[in-house]
Design a protein around this ligand. Structure first.
Ligand code: FMN
Length: 354
């Protein structure tokens, strides 16, 4: 079956579509492979292909398409603003087994948005109009968009939606924040609902889904066809299975501390044990541990940020996770019970690289 047909079938199913969010340097091929052992998502987005006049297809990202280990449809994401280059890249990508091509309209990294790419494009609607028109003509299969609400104004989404409709976008993911909000502030579920109601195509709701009950309420409140989950899935790789259980009215299977410890060992082997010695290996696992730690405890998070060797890292993990108690891995629980001073500050949150 072609990847295109797989996406059609997925969208025909009554169950909400659960997608793993693209996260640069995080949700790569080894991470996808690991996710499938934990139940996995229904749909996977690649990290973004950077598109410029001199770009080629990034080989490790391309491998996640050509060696797709998930058995599920894959959407290839592009970021850029140069129309001939985007069209050329879209044509190249279509010779590979992808379910759709996605355009990034949300990346909030200043180095990206200042060049008017990613979230920066949201300041220039006529340019988005031209890019969407050119890509729609160049893409014979499905063409999707992942957007924030606007650059600095949440209500800007109202002017964006007609552009998505005009160019017959096949699926839109809405991260319910503006670019300038980065990862701060609540998600505007009402505006995601507006997108779901006004667009003919399916909409995926994105932002801060961390638990199965939140997933259920976001689906209800937004009316979205599905969810895209990023940090919540890195923190809790069981989340997609838990959401399916919860929506089916079954009792939740919660991991124990030791299950989480095993996950962290497997994660290290998958993404770091490629002969990467300390401190690079430990730096890489810390990227994931920053997200996982938010589901463990403020003390773990505080300590892990200061660790510089693999041995210290695993000692810390054992100290916090060598137990049989069930874990919710919900950041709201730990921040409500923990020390507020240990919460990541704005600089730490904003330094999250996209
Ligand atoms: C480290 C990191 C890397 C990201 N890389 C990408 C990316 O390549 N493409 C993209 O569209 N969004 C990217 N995002 C945004 C996520 O896909 C997602 O929209 C965001 O994290 C909010 O969802 P969440 O709360 O479920 O994590 C990235 C986010 C983070 C934290």
């Amino acid at each position: 079956m072609s990847s295109l047909a797989e996406l059609d079938l997925l969208l025909l199913e009554p169950a909400p579509v659960l997608a793993l969010a693209p996260m640069q340097d995080v949700t790569d091929l080894p991470f996808w492979k690991l996710m499938t052992r934990y139940g996995g998502a229904d749909l996977y987005y690649t990290e973004y292909f950077r598109v410029t006049p001199s770009s080629g297809l990034d080989k490790p990202i391309l491998a996640s398409i050509t060696k797709n280990p998930t058995g599920r449809p894959v959407i290839a994401q592009m970021i850029g603003n140069d129309i001939p280059s985007l069209v050329r890249t879209a044509r190249e990508l279509q010779s590979h087994p992808i379910a759709a091509i996605d355009l990034n309209l949300g990346c909030p990294a200043p180095v990206v948005y200042r060049k008017c790419a990613g979230g920066g494009l949201l300041r220039d609607l006529p340019r988005i109009d031209s890019i969407l028109g050119a890509l729609r003509d160049a893409i014979s299969g499905k063409f999707t968009v992942k957007t924030r609400l606007g650059f600095d104004d949440e209500d800007a989404i109202e002017a964006l939606l007609p552009l998505f409709a005009k160019h017959s976008i096949d699926l839109v993911t809405v991260h319910g924040r503006t670019v300038l909000q980065m990862y701060r502030g609540g998600i505007r579920h009402d505006l995601i609902r507006m997108a779901s109601e006004s667009l003919a195509c399916p909409v995926l709701a994105n932002g801060n889904v961390s638990t199965p009950s939140e997933a259920q309420s976001v689906l209800r409140v937004t009316g979205a066809r599905g969810l895209m989950i990023g940090r919540g899935a890195v923190r809790n790789p069981w989340i997609f299975s838990q959401i399916r259980e919860h929506l089916a009215g079954k009792a939740l299977t919660l991991p124990t501390g030791r299950d989480v410890l095993t996950y962290i060992h497997e994660l290290y082997e998958a993404v770091c044990d490629l002969g990467i010695p300390d401190p690079k290996g430990v730096q890489k696992i810390k990227k994931y541990a920053n997200f996982i730690g938010e589901g463990i405890s403020p003390e773990f998070l505080h300590a892990v940020r200061r660790i510089s060797t693999k041995a210290d890292f695993f000692n810390l993990c054992r100290e916090h996770l060598d137990h049989d108690r069930p874990m919710q891995l919900d950041p709201k629980i730990i921040w409500n019970s923990g020390t507020q001073e240990m919460r990541p500050n704005d600089a730490e949150v904003n330094s999250l690289k996209e």
